[in-house]
Write a protein that binds this ligand. Structure first.
Ligand code: SF4
Length: 463
């Protein structure tokens, strides 16, 4: 059996009728009735679609700035259309830059060529020869956009990118670019749908594959082979290469590892590149700056600035990197809730050390406790070089009284990484303990965080 046919054969045999009976699939297949195309309608809708892709400002509309383009696309003669004519039309538009004019000139010329060659006959509009012209109109070779747009205009052309991905998994055991024979351009998918002999039309094959790959999920049609394939509930699993190989292929793209629950085989720099950047230039700069040994911890201000200097002005890679760093830093911090209890100084350290370990300045925090020594609230008392005047008992106990605390714990950090208490720390603690006794709010502990270590005054019997 031909490779292209096998997937559709099994799909049809095992779940074809249940997929087909679902209202989503029925509606998709019925809407393929051929409609008469109007050139005015098609041309204007095409402009509406491609202008944002050419980054033309939203403020430029068919009534403001772009009127000569919208009018002109309806008036040009497809048979005798010349480039200088299109250029003149675009020069009358306001607000376009040179590159946008150039892109639009080429798009309008290709559109006229399509109108000339097909006379907007829907059968010809979807022939592979015409489709290759449509693909030229869409920028940066976004051919799937072109197919999806044509389908929205009522042209029954296969366009399921996820159906094609399901086919690749089933037939080749991989959906990544490196998979043997995999060519991610939709031309290959169109050929596959055309060549199959199981369904009546290529479009029908595409829609069934779309249903199988989860495109109808929003309408209650649970396709199993979507972004996260549900292989254990898939009726095609016995014949599926993806299921059989279980990720033993030599190379697996990061997306595929995530889909196969093998994310632990990816290293942190790899994951960071994938998460942070789809732009090759940014990815390259990031790659050069990453320290594989300490990919996240090592991002000092200086290194961030260095990386920023290699980026175009409009890149927000640095912001994304900082956001990721913050997310990772926060991940280990479980927010305390009222009534949570600390049972040891180690628990206090575990809770605060990620927050404090990379602080450049000393930070003094108090945790306020209720009558059962359960968590009530925490307060930042001060930041800077600690001395008696910065950590004043008035500030500490005012907050404790306001929260009706019955006891408190002090925590602060040593940016040097050495958790040993200084003379200043002893004096501050002594003073707070004394005042605590006077006001009836005892200080139960003072924990000093220094890098990955800590000192507890209570554990050392220093209180
Ligand atoms: S077994 Fe998994 S990968 Fe294979 S077709 Fe089914 S859902 Fe897709």
């Amino acid at each position: 059996m031909a490779e292209n046919e096998h997937f559709f054969q099994i799909l049809q045999k095992k779940i074809g009728s249940s997929l087909r009976m679902h209202p989503w699939t029925t509606a998709q297949l019925n809407s393929s009735n051929i409609r008469l195309m109007s050139r005015k309608n098609l041309g204007e809708k095409l402009l509406d679609q491609i202008l944002p892709l050419f980054e033309v400002s939203e403020e430029l509309t068919r009534f403001a700035g772009l009127q000569p383009l919208y009018d002109g696309i309806n008036l040009l003669d497809p048979v005798y259309c010349r480039k200088d004519e299109v250029l003149r039309m675009l020069e009358k538009c306001t607000g376009l830059d040179d590159s946008q004019r150039e892109q639009l000139t080429s798009a309008v010329m290709v559109f006229m060529d399509i109108v000339k060659k097909t006379n907007l006959n829907p059968m010809q509009l979807k022939s592979i020869t015409t489709l290759s012209l449509w693909w030229k109109i869409f920028p940066e070779l976004k051919p799937w956009y072109a197919l999806k747009w044509l389908w929205q205009q009522g042209i029954a052309v296969p366009h399921s990118q996820s159906g094609y991905r399901a086919w690749r998994r089933f037939s080749h055991g991989s959906n990544s670019e490196s998979a043997k024979n995999a060519n991610l351009h939709p031309k290959r998918w169109l050929e596959i749908c055309e060549e199959q002999n199981v369904f009546e039309t290529a479009f029908e094959a595409d829609r069934l594959a779309a249903a199988f790959s989860g495109e109808g999920r929003h309408a209650g049609l649970a396709g199993v082979c979507g972004n996260l394939p549900d292989c254990n509930n898939c009726e095609l699993s016995l014949e599926c290469h993806w299921y059989a190989t279980d990720g033993n292929s030599e190379y697996m793209a990061i997306e595929e590892r995530i889909q196969r629950n093998k994310i632990s085989t990816a290293d942190i720099p790899e994951l960071m590149k994938w998460l942070l950047s789809s732009n090759p230039e940014e990815a390259k700069a990031l790659q050069n700056s990453l320290n594989a040994e300490a990919p996240l911890k090592d991002w000092s201000r200086e290194r961030l600035r260095e990386l920023e200097n290699q980026q175009p002005l409009d890149s927000n890679l640095i912001l994304r990197l900082k956001a990721l760093k913050e997310m990772c830093r926060n991940y280990g911090i479980e927010k305390l809730k009222p009534k949570d209890q600390f049972n040891s100084s180690r628990e206090i350290f575990n809770h605060f050390h990620q927050q404090l370990e990379n602080q450049k300045q000393e930070q003094f925090i108090i945790v306020l406790l209720d009558n059962k020594h359960r968590y009530l609230a925490e307060e930042d008392v001060t930041k800077g070089i600690l001395n008696k005047s910065l950590v004043h008992p008035r500030e500490v106990f005012a907050s404790a009284i306001e929260h009706r605390a019955v006891a408190l714990i002090c925590i602060h950090n040593h940016p040097s990484g050495d958790p040993e208490p200084s003379q200043q720390d002893f004096r501050i603690t002594e003073r707070l303990v004394e005042v605590g006794k006077l006001v009836g709010i005892p200080v139960l502990d003072h924990v000093i965080v220094g890098g990955e270590n800590y000192t507890s005054f209570a554990d050392k019997g220093l209180l």
